[in-house]
Design a protein around this ligand. Structure first.
Ligand code: HEM
Ligand code: HEM
Ligand SMILES: [Fe+2]
Length: 456
């Protein structure tokens, strides 16, 4: 830690860890309901557990993004944060928003708009938190006068995420109109501007971990941003196939969304070539595992498994089935969960006392168990989804009859999810095993200063 104010990141990461653990509890609850009978049917039905599962995911990932930004910006701009007080106020408001939203869902309060279920007052608090956050980051950069390309791409991603939240604040009576605008937030987040956030964290990590040349890496960032714009924006149309809009959206969606994996392939190539060119200059090899792991898993979950059902001719069979859940899990985990875990693993030795720089044995177990578990979960959703599409959509069997036939895949889902949860449990245990540190270590400040000079 070169700047004292970077320690706010620890508390953001700590909140993210708790919410991540809670997300899995509700994931497991949702999965067991597929095996029935459900003793909790009248207290915690599937719709409630799923809403809590997915909303906790969005909230913890965003908390992780914010913490990682508060960690990275002082490092890049070489200055203290504009205001740590504002950062803590923001965290308090944000956590209160997240917790009360979950309590509300338990009692059936929510808009019913998938992934954007927060009631209006909560959405307003989200906007206030985003404004505080962007103001704090903006002032920090302005004060320092040093603004790197990596930071620029991060900021572009964060500001655009806030802007794209606005369609979610409005209420639409017509369901087609409501679905149409929902994707402006959800699709353009995960396949657009969050990709920029991921690309920026990736560039930051690769520069620090591999000692690769900043200029070369930042040129690649422009390519990624360009590809995201070209393919991601019109690629939104892959959600418009069957929602009641004109037919011309079908070829537009098919063509542009099929180009989307290019940016993801670009990111994986860029990570791989950075490693090859520069070797491993940094002792924190656990953070390197998470960084490279994230690019490879994204290539699998988003690039390959996204492409697999993005063509209209395939999507007409798979739309809204467990095939979607297969892709949703692998893509979200690879791209956004793993990049946040990579930033945490990179920052943690400096944010805590006496933690070994190269990572702990438990840390490595956490990595491999999560990877194995999530891979197994993806396969379970895939096999369940193939069975479902065949029985329900091709053979014309009723929804519930088809579900009974594919129950065995949910046994596999729960088993692999337990392996995954063990990995997450170990990560959380490892996170809280070392006490947070609030002081800047003089030696480390010197060392990182040299490293930063080399990396300019
Ligand atoms: C990291 C990037 C990505 C993430 C996190 C992600 C996540 C998701 C999630 C959560 C859903 C379900 C949304 C819902 O029904 O509310 C979804 C749907 C979908 N995704 Fe992705 N995705 C990513 C990238 C991609 C890419 C690159 C493609 C295409 C090449 C793609 C193709 C699709 C399609 C076609 C659907 C709709 C499935 C259906 O019709 O039910 N995704 N994605
Ligand atoms: C213990 C581990 C987990 C279990 C057992 C689990 C289980 C489930 C289940 C049963 C659903 C409902 C699927 C349906 O609508 O039929 C679901 C939805 C979802 N989960 Fe998980 N999950 C787990 C972890 C995760 C993780 C780590 C992520 C992301 C990083 C994630 C992201 C999602 C998303 C995006 C959806 C919505 C998908 C859609 O609507 O198609 N889950 N999960
Ligand atoms: Fe999409």
């Amino acid at each position: 830690m070169r700047y004292k104010s970077q320690s706010v990141a620890y508390w953001y990461f700590a909140v993210a860890m708790v919410l991540f653990g809670l997300q899995l509890v509700f994931g497991l609850l949702s999965a067991t309901k597929y095996l029935g009978p459900d003793p909790l049917l009248n207290i915690l039905p599937f719709d409630v557990t799923k809403v809590i599962h997915t909303n906790l995911l969005i909230v913890w990932v965003l908390t992780g993004f914010m913490g990682a930004t508060y960690w990275m910006v002082p490092d890049e701009s070489r200055t203290e944060l504009h205001s740590t007080k504002l950062a803590y106020i923001q965290l308090g408001l944000w956590t209160a928003m997240g917790v009360t939203a979950v309590i509300g869902y338990l009692f059936g309060y929510g808009t019913g708009n998938k992934l954007l279920e927060q009631p209006l007052p909560h959405k307003i608090v989200i906007v206030i938190c985003m404004l505080i956050f962007l103001y704090n980051i903006g002032m920090t950069i302005k004060k320092s006068g040093r603004f790197t390309t990596t930071e620029g791409v991060l900021l572009l991603g964060l500001v655009s995420s806030a802007v794209l939240f606005f369609p979610a604040l409005l209420h639409y009576e017509n369901y087609t109109v409501s679905i149409f605008y929902r994707w402006w937030t959800i699709h353009l987040w995960v396949e657009g501007v969050w990709m920029m956030i991921m690309g920026a964290f990736l560039a930051y990590l690769l520069i620090r971990l591999s000692g690769a040349d900043r200029e070369v890496l930042e040129k690649w960032l422009y390519v990624i941003v360009g590809l995201v714009f070209i393919a991601g924006i019109l690629g939104t149309a892959h959600h418009y196939y069957w929602v009641g809009v004109p037919h011309y959206w079908l070829p537009i969606g098919g063509f542009f969304s099929a180009l989307e994996p290019l940016a993801i392939i670009g990111m994986a190539m860029y990570a791989y070539s950075a490693m090859r060119r520069s070797g491993m200059a940094h002792p924190n090899s656990l953070a390197l595992h998470w960084t490279l792991g994230s690019t490879i898993f994204t290539l699998f979950g988003a690039g390959l498994l996204g492409l697999a059902h993005t063509w209209p001719s395939i999507n007409k069979w798979t739309h809204g089935t467990l095939i979607t859940a297969m892709h949703g899990h692998a893509a979200f985990y690879g791209a956004y969960a793993m990049i946040v875990l990579a930033m945490i693993t990179y920052a943690l030795p400096s944010l805590t006392n006496k933690r070994p720089e190269q990572g702990t044995t438990i840390g490595y177990w956490a990595f491999w168990l999560q990877l194995a578990g999530m891979f197994g979960m993806t396969l379970s959703f895939a096999t369940a989804g193939i069975g479902q599409v065949y029985l329900e959509r091709i053979m014309g069997m009723g929804y519930l009859d088809a579900q009974l036939k594919i129950q065995i895949h949910f046994v596999m889902l729960i088993s692999t999810a337990c392996i995954f949860s063990l990995g997450v449990g170990l990560f959380i245990y490892d996170f809280f095993s070392y006490r947070p540190r609030f002081e800047v270590d003089a030696n480390e400040a010197m060392e990182t200063n040299f490293a930063a000079e080399r990396a300019v």
